[in-house]
Structures are given as structure tokens and as C-alpha cells.
Design a protein. Structure first.
Lengths: 242, 117
């Protein structure tokens, strides 16, 4: 009798793909219903809304691009606005990559797959990746990322013509789901004390920097809040040794 | 300056979206991959990067609640803050179960609007 074969990469790809039925993916899809409504309201045609969904993928970047189009912004101005919001993806990707790669993962594959990283994919992967054998983590992430992105592209295309009829209260609740979900899931999936301190600092500093530097508020809050949290955690460790 | 409506062709908006949307976003993902490839697991540098990423997300959360787009903007700020805080408290009290936090927060947001008329 041969021993039970180890699950293959394909198994883990589909295991990741099954994440489409998880709470984070479902909440993201409701957020996309909200975004689709916003795009319809702004007069962005169906083809362009679908194109945006697949090409940008990160939700805040899309909202800002639609906002720039509405405001009649020039191409360089719109590029700058979206860029500033997307800088936040850089530390997220940089934190996620060491969790999923092995020493033999080719860089081109990571560059390609990085397109599927946005807040939801980050939270979902960080929450579950420890249960996936390291050699299959890239497959697991690819399965989730590609499936969820494709599903939302289809979703936006399908609901585009009906979304305008959504009652206002439902639309408001859909917009509210995302922050509440992020708040609870990031807190639940953070294992380090530094992460919890960073969350509190980020929540407090977001509005502060919004008053001081509305264009770069997220970035400043992240760098200042994250660095303070890191330093506080080190100081704590130095005093109590834990 | 050339904008979204600069050329009357079907393809121009797509070029606009590709440059101002896709390129402006993916460039940061690519830089993130190159930086992440150099970070060692369990290093202090990775802890710092993770703390920055977490604080960034927290700032996004605060902004989505305080300065929302679309219909949520019509809900009073005090109700949004109350619903989110009570939802988070319920999440903690309920053994960090995410669905409890969501049900309480969204329930209070919708119920509160009915009460306020």
C-alpha cells in the first residue's frame, strides 16, 4: 500500500478559490454593488466600469478615479490622485510576500500575482495562510485572488443595469459593511501586540491627518502610526521582556 | 490639459483608465513585491512594515466611517460612530466573532435610521 499522496498545488489553488464563499469575499462583493451604483450615478459607461474593476481592482483607487473623472481632472492629476491612494498597497504587498513565497518562487510570478492584492485579499490571506504548507501558499493565494477578481468583474457587469433601483437605506448599509468588516477582521487576524497598537494609532491619526493633509492623510497616518506602534512595542518589550 | 473627455473616440477613456488607474496602482504593487522579496520572516523590519500596513488600513477604516461616499453620507455622523463602536464592542464581547460585530453594527445603523425617521 502506498501512503496517502500529499495534496498538490492544484488542490490548494481550488482551496483558495473556495474562499469566494467566505465572509470577506461576500462583503467585498456587496461593496462592489455599492461601487457599481456610484459609477452608474457618475455616468461611467458599462464597459469602462468593468474595465476599471479588473484593471485597478483596489476599491479606494477606483472611487478616486471616478471622482477625478467627475471633477474633470487632467490625466496627470488623476494619475497622481490614484497613485497617492495606491501607495498604501506597497507596505501591504511587502508584508504579504514574505508570508507566501519560498526561496524558489520566481519574482515574475509574484509580480503578476501582486495585481490581485487589495485589502480583502490581504486580510483573507494573512488570516488563513498559516494553515497552508509553505510550498503551496502561492497556489492558494492565486486561487483566491484570481477567483474573487473574476467574480467581481462578472458581478459588476451583471448588476450594472439594475443597481440604480437599490433603496437608499440598503445602499448606505452596503457602504457601511466594508469598514465594520475591516475593523473586526483585521483586529481578529492580528496576532502581534504591535499590530493592535498600530490599529489604534491608525484609527486616531486617520482623521487628524485628514484635517492636516487631506491628499496624503492615509499615507502619513500609516507611516507615523505604524512607526509609533513599532517603537511602543519595542519599548514595552524592553521593559517587561515579553 | 488632456482629460477623460479630451478625445471623441471610444478607446480614449480606456487609455485614460489604463494610465491613471491601472498603472498608477500596479506600480506600487510591483515595488511592494521587490521590497517584500528582501524582507526576512520574523525580522524587525517586517514587523515594522506590517505595523505600517495595519495603521494604513485603520486610517482607511476611520475615513470610510467619518467621510463616506454615496448614500452613507446621508446617515448622521453620530449614528455611524455609535453603530461602528457598538459593533466592535459586541465583536470583542462575543469572543472576537466577526459576524456578531457586523450584525450589531449594520442592525444599529438601519434601526437607528428608522428611529430617527
Amino acid at each position: 500500500m502506498s501512503p496517502e499522496p500529499e495534496p498538490s498545488g492544484i488542490y490548494w489553488f481550488f482551496k483558495g478559490a473556495r474562499g469566494i464563499a467566505s465572509l470577506p469575499a461576500i462583503i467585498l462583493m456587496s461593496a462592489f454593488v455599492g461601487f457599481c451604483g456610484f459609477a452608474v450615478e457618475a455616468g461611467i459607461p458599462l464597459g469602462e466600469t468593468v474595465f476599471m474593476t479588473g484593471m485597478i481592482w483596489a476599491l479606494p483607487g477606483k472611487v478616486l478615479l471616478v471622482g477625478s473623472i467627475l471633477a474633470g481632472a487632467s490625466l496627470p492629476a488623476a494619475f497622481l490622485t490614484v497613485s497617492l491612494s495606491s501607495i498604501r498597497l506597497m507596505p501591504m504587498v511587502a508584508a504579504l510576500i514574505p508570508e507566501i513565497r519560498t526561496s524558489r518562487t520566481p519574482t515574475w510570478l509574484l509580480l503578476l500575482l501582486s495585481h490581485f492584492i487589495a485589502i480583502t485579499a490581504y486580510v483573507f490571506t494573512m488570516e488563513r495562510i498559516r494553515d497552508v504548507p509553505r510550498v503551496h501558499r502561492v497556489a492558494f493565494f492565486a486561487g483566491f485572488g484570481i477567483t474573487v477578481t473574476s467574480a467581481n468583474i462578472v458581478l459588476v457587469a451583471v448588476i450594472y443595469s439594475t443597481v440604480a433601483n437599490l433603496p437608499a437605506m440598503v445602499a448606505g448599509a452596503l457602504f457601511f459593511l466594508t469598514p465594520v468588516y475591516f475593523l473586526t477582521s483585521i483586529w481578529a487576524s492580528t496576532r502581534e501586540r504591535a499590530g493592535h497598537i498600530a490599529m489604534i494609532f491608525g484609527l486616531a491619526l486617520g482623521p487628524v491627518f485628514h484635517q492636516l493633509a487631506p491628499e496624503l492623510d492615509i499615507l502619513y497616518a500609516g507611516i507615523v502610526g505604524g512607526t509609533l506602534a513599532f517603537a511602543a512595542d519595542r519599548a514595552w518589550k524592553g521593559r517587561t521582556g515579553t | 490639459m488632456i482629460g477623460y473627455a479630451a478625445f471623441d473616440t471610444w478607446w480614449w477613456p480606456y487609455v485614460f483608465i489604463a494610465i491613471a488607474g491601472w498603472l498608477a496602482t500596479d506600480i506600487w504593487r510591483w515595488i511592494g513585491v521587490l521590497v517584500g522579496n528582501r524582507l526576512k520572516q520574523d525580522s524587525a523590519a517586517l514587523t515594522w512594515v506590517r505595523a505600517v500596513a495595519t495603521a494604513l488600513l485603520a486610517a482607511v477604516i476611520a475615513k470610510l466611517i467619518l467621510y463616506p461616499t454615496g448614500e452613507l453620507n446621508n446617515v448622521p455622523l453620530s449614528l455611524r460612530l455609535f453603530a461602528a463602536s457598538a459593533g466592535f464592542a459586541a465583536f470583542l464581547a462575543g469572543g472576537k466573532r466577526i459576524w456578531i460585530g457586523i450584525v450589531v453594527a449594520v442592525g444599529l445603523l438601519v434601526g437607528g435610521q428608522f428611529l430617527l425617521g
